[in-house]
Design a protein around this ligand. Structure first.
Ligand code: INI
Length: 156
């Protein structure tokens, strides 16, 4: 039997974080979690991390696509928060964001983490941005490092 699995330490990985400004008070906590996970757990050096900001979650796929197209990065972490309101707007923004990011990963063969909260309330967002339900930014960061390592092994 051969088992391939990736560690979450990737000191040489070049990582781009694409982050929405909308709901920035939540997103900045996701960013703190992601940076802590990349640096303290993943041992990724500061020089290998690029942060790219965009207006909202709806714009994340296009920014991720341009980022992937440069071929300068091993992984992309998308961070944002889509919070349900009283209209169907949530479905459109969250749906396009999710679909678009998945498309970028497959089109460019690059791990793209979905660190975008899709929640019913601000309370649920706060819970997932560094309080009682953990930090989804940190989880997203560790998932791409694992993916970088596992894909490199599958390829070798
Ligand atoms: N963008 C978000 O990132 N989160 C939201 O909750 C949100 N809501 O609810 O409207 C949101 N809207 C803006 C959207 O992402 C685009 O920036 C905007 O529609 C311009 O294209």
């Amino acid at each position: 039997m051969k088992l391939i699995e990736g560690a979450t330490v990737a000191p040489n990985a070049k990582v781009a974080i694409v982050i929405a400004r909308f709901n920035s008070f939540i997103n900045d906590s996701l960013l703190s979690g992601a940076l802590d996970a990349l640096q303290r757990q993943g041992q990724v050096s500061d020089d290998n991390i690029t942060i790219i900001r965009c207006p909202g979650a709806y714009e994340l796929p296009l920014v991720a696509q341009f980022t992937a197209k440069t071929d300068r990065y091993d992984a992309i972490i998308a961070l944002g928060a889509v919070i349900r309101g009283g209209t169907p707007h949530f479905e459109y923004v969250a749906g396009e964001c999710n679909k678009g990011l998945a498309q970028v990963a497959l089109d460019y063969n690059i791990p793209v983490a979905f660190g975008v909260l899709t929640v019913d309330s601000i309370e649920q967002a706060i819970e997932r941005a560094g309080t009682k339900a953990g930090n989804k930014g940190a989880e997203a960061a560790l998932s791409v490092l694992e993916m970088v390592n596992v894909l490199a092994q599958v390829e070798s």
